[in-house]
Every structure is written in C-alpha cells, then in structure tokens.
Design a binder for this molecule. Structure first.
Ligand code: ADP
Length: 191
C-alpha cells in the first residue's frame, strides 16, 4: 500500500487535484474536511462539535480525525494506496499517522505539497464560496483564521517531512491542467 499525503494551505487545489490522482494511480481519496462536512450534514454529535470549530477557522481535536483515518485504513482494501488530503494537519497528527502505519507495517510514501501564496488563498476561496457554498468559505474573518491556523499548526509539517526525506513541493499557481501535469510528473518519478 502507498500512503501519499497531499499537502498545502487552504485553497491550494488539493480537492481538485485529488480526483485525477486517485483515478490515475488507483488510490482512495481521504479528505478529512469532506468527512467532517458529512458529519455536519447528518447532524451527528461529532458534526455539531466540529461545526463550531470549523466555522471559527480552528482545527477539530486530533483524536477525532485520527479515529476517522484509522477506521478507513482498516476497512478500505480494493486500492493500491491512499491519498490523504487535509490530514495530517498538526505535528501530533503526523506522529499519530507514523504510529498507525508502523502498526500496519507501512510508512508514508511521499508528501506532495501544493504551494500558493496567502493572497491567492483569499482569491480562490472567495471564488469557491460562490460556487460550493461552504460555510467556512463565507466570511473573510474565517478565511483569515484558517490561514493563521495553517501557518501556526500545519506549516511545521514541512520541516517534519523534509527531515524524513519525504517532502516534494510543487508550484500550485497556474491552470488546473498545468498543476495536474506537474503532480503526474512527480508521482511518475517516484514510482
Ligand atoms: P481547506 O483545506 O480548504 O482548509 P478542508 O476541507 O480540508 O479545508 O477542512 C475544513 C476544516 O475542517 C478545517 O478548517 C478544519 O477546521 C477541519 N479539519 C479538516 N481536517 C482536519 C484535521 N486533520 N485536523 C483538524 N481539523 C481538521
């Protein structure tokens, strides 16, 4: 099993690019954001707890997302690997992932990082708000908090994975097609 991490700030294009990568390489796309939005839509207790945090641009507790990921690792079998999108998002989650994989005799294959500047994050999320109607895309205050949360809690993962020799960065600017080509070239080179 391959375990790829699709990394990058909010609005970097992870969800968009994940779709083509999963079909090309037979991977299961696991988006913690989508899983949490499904809990919110179903009105579960977990969803209710998550909504308050998500709408404030904060992270949900590590244990919540770690539990979701572990249960998918144990149930999804008919794929060549996983494409993790939105997880890990903190150093604690990265350490938990390493442990989960070690227990399954596996390890992170590679981190594919899509990089865009903060100004572009704002532009893209404002554009997406009109199309997708996500509550956490609707207000500038929430977007600013998500960017701040990213820099504070998630960006340190770059060093974590660089030190492990697993970090590969791709320019996330340009058209969807251009970025897709860059990702494909990278993944082909890793095979
Ligand atoms: P984006 O990448 O556009 O910020 P996501 O759809 O990945 O959005 O996530 C939406 C929100 O869900 C995040 O802002 C955060 O509150 C919550 N979330 C998603 N993944 C995690 C995670 N691994 N740990 C904690 N919170 C998470």
């Amino acid at each position: 099993m391959k375990y790829y991490i699709l990394f990058g700030p909010p609005g970097a294009g992870k969800g968009t690019q994940a779709a083509t990568m999963t079909s090309k390489y037979n991977l299961r796309h696991v988006s913690t954001g989508e899983l949490l939005r499904a809990e919110i839509a179903q009105g579960t207790p977990l969803g209710k707890q998550a909504k308050v945090l998500i709408d404030a641009g904060q992270l949900v507790p590590d244990e919540v997302v770690e539990g979701m990921i572990a249960s998918l690792f144990d149930t999804v079998k008919d794929v060549d690997g996983f494409l993790l999108d939105g997880f890990p998002r903190t150093i604690a989650q990265a350490q938990a992932l390493d442990k989960m994989l070690q227990e399954r005799n596996a390890q992170v294959t590679s981190v594919v990082s899509l990089m865009i500047p903060d100004e572009t994050i704002f532009e893209r999320i404002r554009g997406r708000a009109a199309i997708e109607g996500r509550a956490d895309d609707a207000s500038d205050a929430t977007i600013s908090n998500r960017i701040a949360t990213y820099h504070e809690k998630t960006e340190p993962l770059i060093e974590y994975y660089r030190a492990a020799g697993k970090y590969a960065e791709i320019d996330g600017l340009g058209t969807i097609e251009q970025v897709r080509e860059r990702i494909s070239a990278l993944l082909d080179s890793l095979k």
